[in-house]
Design a protein around this ligand. Structure first.
Ligand code: NCD
Ligand code: ZN
Length: 347
């Protein structure tokens, strides 16, 4: 039985760091284990221009403790007013690694997202031309589509038409939550990848709703039925290079989660790697963890795999994770898998 596993230092291909006091509180949680992360641009106001991304990157680097190293991989938030030339310029300098598409109203801070896709055609075409990937929050937002169906409907009515209309556009379906998402990736070529979160490998919708509502399990896209969770597990542990880790670690203050209108987002930066070791071991797939967390992502983005390593260790005693991270504005609850985990990341 493996008690120790050394893998290339992982990266997180979908991360929310926020800004100000929250950024300071959560950045070390990611930088402790991860070398790089794709930084989501859904600040208020959103990170739309290259200049805004450069300024945000500077704030992230300034918030990093001196004894830690971490490279933020910046993204731009696609709006109907985005300037294709500004996007291309930010890509040419190496500042940004992707552009993020939020359908308007889909999730936290997505009011500036895209409502009419013909208004982003020029940006998408420019991205296809220069090889800049599009990260997609894949949910429709129409009132008449059930929240549990929004990913599957998005694939058919938005994603597939966008891809067909934009040959050569590389797309990352972010935080897929359904067997439909898994199948769509599997059925297509190498210009399509998908990130999977840690928490969607662990919880299904019962965890949110049975025995009392659990606001810390509420995120978007919302966790679906068990059959979908199992499809995600199979995809993540399969070794298929098109699936890779994007934690979608999304911190909100406890007061904003434990509310009559609770925010969407699970905060998993702190214990993600230990939880993944548990999940992959449970599925007899520890040999594919390095691909999922450390190799497939860089390959899709055309970046080198990290030279450094981390070592995961399985102990006799259950690991004690902090229940909360303190920020200057209040606590943030760390995702609780609901069972004991014996893995930890060695110092
Ligand atoms: C994210 C957030 O809080 O910014 N929330 C979430 O539930 N995942 C936004 C997002 O990625 O959808
Ligand atoms: Zn997210």
């Amino acid at each position: 039985m493996i008690q120790k596993l050394t893998i290339a230092r992982p990266d997180d291909w979908h991360l929310h760091l926020r800004d100000g006091a929250m950024l300071e509180a959560v950045l070390p949680e990611t930088a402790r284990h991860f070398a790089r992360a794709i930084i989501m641009p859904n600040l208020v106001p959103p990170v739309v221009t290259g200049a805004q991304a450069a300024a945000y990157k500077d704030r992230i680097v300034a918030a990093l403790p001196n004894d830690m190293s971490f490279e933020p991989l910046m993204t731009l938030y696609l709006t109907e007013d985005s300037d294709p030339e500004d996007i291309a310029a930010a890509h040419a300098t190496g500042l940004i690694k992707a552009v993020k598409l939020y359908p308007a109203g889909a999730t936290t801070n997505s009011a500036s997202g895209v409502a009419d896709f013909k208004n982003v055609r020029a940006s998408l075409e420019k991205m296809a031309e220069i090889g800049l990937p599009l990260c997609v929050h894949g949910e429709v937002t129409h009132d008449d589509v059930d929240i549990f169906d929004r990913e599957a409907v998005f694939i058919d009515t938005v994603l597939d038409p966008i891809r067909k209309a934009t040959p050569g556009l590389r797309v990352i379906m972010e935080h897929i939550t359904t067997k439909d998402g898994v199948a769509y990736v599997q059925d297509h070529a190498t210009d399509l990848g998908a990130t999977i979160t840690t928490h969607h490998l662990i919880i299904n919708r019962n965890h949110i709703l049975v025995g009392g509502i659990k606001p810390h399990y509420y995120c978007l896209p919302v966790a679906k039925r068990e059959e979908h969770r199992l499809a995600l597990r199979a995809a993540a542990t399969s070794g298929d290079k098109r699936f890779f880790l994007g934690t979608d670690s999304a911190p909100h203050l406890d007061g904003d989660k434990e509310s009559a209108c609770g925010c969407a987002g699970c905060f998993t930066a702190t214990n993600t790697m230990a939880l993944l070791a548990h999940v992959f071991e449970e599925d007899g797939a520890l040999d594919t963890l390095e691909g999922f967390a450390s190799r497939n992502g860089p390959q899709f983005y055309g970046l080198p795999v990290n030279d450094e390593t981390i070592t995961l260790v399985k102990n006799e005693q259950a690991t004690v994770f902090p229940g909360k991270i303190e920020s200057a504005n209040g606590p943030v609850t760390v995702f609780d898998p609901g069972y004991d985990v014996f893995w930890t990341v060695a110092d």
